[in-house]
Design a protein. Structure first.
Length: 389
């Protein structure tokens, strides 16, 4: 080898790693969502929304091509730690996105805290995730269970209902949704409202009959409920079949009627719920999103699709600020905290505890849509109780 060749080889050896750096490796996103069970459709909608945003960005966020690794979490908390460890330790994902079920999300948050992996929660409202377990690397694109519950409590109280029964699944999401409801209801009734009974059954059971009989005998002014997915479809149908719908108004966190109206049919007509999304909001972003979603997936989007889309937006904001480096967690968090996210739900920001600060709509079911009736609570922030960050 002559001198020029040696020099050339040396130059190449130096230059190659630089070129390789400029051409960053793909960013591995671990999607941990339910693909089976009562929340399966919710998992699909979240994934669709997430993928739609990535596709709109040409397959790259913060300059890095996105690669997906998927795990079906089955909405089963007992398998959650193993499932999230598969993504973080076996597949070496850079970011985790998930999930729907609060109990599973708490296990994910524990692993995210231990390993420092960025976690974006695209649904589960567990208070702990943005409360005592809050961390600079944990974000939520959805809501805390308290938020829609609180908004519904204000609505029910302001409508003059005084004696209420609540019914839900006995797990973090149900308990916290009812706690939020009670707070809003107490505020709107100046402490005069009464919760006659808090009924519940284990997740994901749908044997509602005995509980519906109890509601009939208690004769409350109104019922508040948290159910979602397949369980919500069955509850709404059973509530009507038991003859309760015509006598006792049923209110819910909006999950009761979101992504479920095909299955519920006429039994859902007229139901009123509170949520951070509705069908037919008058935002250009929403119109564009709904058109693109329907075209791509041959389906109408729902709140879960929006939350998936916005989880990808949050990831994009963080990665753009760090030029694709997930290790620069301080810069990632700083960018997300100061962003205004242009969501199909309307613009929102991320609060100090990394939960969305957002408007809650009162919606009413008309045909196959949750029509917005107005804003129930504007700019509602989760109290972030127990979060020290
Ligand atoms: C939850 O477990 O936090 C949860 C599940 C389904 C929903 C909303 C919240 O639609």
């Amino acid at each position: 080898m002559n001198i020029t060749r040696i020099a050339l080889a040396a130059t190449l050896a130096l230059a190659l790693p630089l070129a390789a750096q400029a051409q960053q490796a793909k960013l591995k996103v671990g999607l941990m969502l339910p693909a089976t069970g009562t929340f399966a459709a919710l998992g699909t909608a979240i994934e669709n929304g997430f993928r739609l945003y990535v596709t709109e960005q040409g397959g790259k966020l913060g300059g890095r091509e996105i690669e997906f690794v998927k795990v079906d979490d089955e909405s089963d908390p007992s398998k959650a730690t193993d499932n999230v460890n598969k993504l973080v330790k076996r597949d070496n994902v850079d970011v985790i996105v998930g999930t729907v079920h609060s109990g599973v999300a708490m296990a994910m948050a524990r692993v995210a805290r231990e390993t420092g992996t960025i976690l974006i929660v695209p649904n589960a409202g567990a208070q702990a995730v943005t409360g005592p377990m809050c961390a600079p690397n944990i974000f939520r694109s959805s809501f805390s269970n308290w938020q829609p519950g609180y908004a519904a409590g204000e609505v029910v109280g302001k409508r003059g209902h005084k004696r209420v029964v609540t019914i839900t699944w006995k797990y973090a999401a149900g308990d916290e949704s009812v706690a939020g409801f009670k707070e809003g209801f107490a505020k709107a009734t100046n402490g005069q409202g009464q919760v006659l009974k808090e009924l519940s059954l284990p997740f994901p059971n749908v044997e509602f009959q005995a509980l519906l009989t109890e509601i009939a005998s208690l004769k409350p002014d109104a019922v508040y409920t948290f159910f979602a997915g397949g369980g919500a479809v069955k509850f709404v149908k059973d509530y009507a079949a038991a003859g309760l719908k015509k006598n006792i108004p049923l209110f819910g966190a909006g999950f009761l009627t979101d992504g479920t109206l095909e299955g519920q049919g006429a039994d859902a007509e007229g139901l009123m719920t509170t949520l951070h999304y509705a069908d037919g909001l008058d935002f250009p972003k929403d119109k564009a999103f709904r058109l693109a979603y329907a075209k791509t997936f041959k389906l109408q989007p729902d709140v879960y699709a929006v939350q998936g889309y916005d989880a990808a937006q949050i990831l994009a904001i963080g990665l753009t600020a760090t030029k694709g480096d997930v290790k620069d967690k301080a810069a990632f968090a700083a960018a997300v905290r100061k962003a205004t996210i242009d969501s199909p739900r309307g613009k929102f920001t991320i609060g100090k505890n990394h939960d969305p600060v957002q408007d809650f709509y009162l919606r009413q079911v008309v045909g196959k849509e949750n029509k917005p009736m107005g804003v129930a609570v504007k700019g509602l922030a989760d109290p972030g109780r127990g979060c020290n960050m």
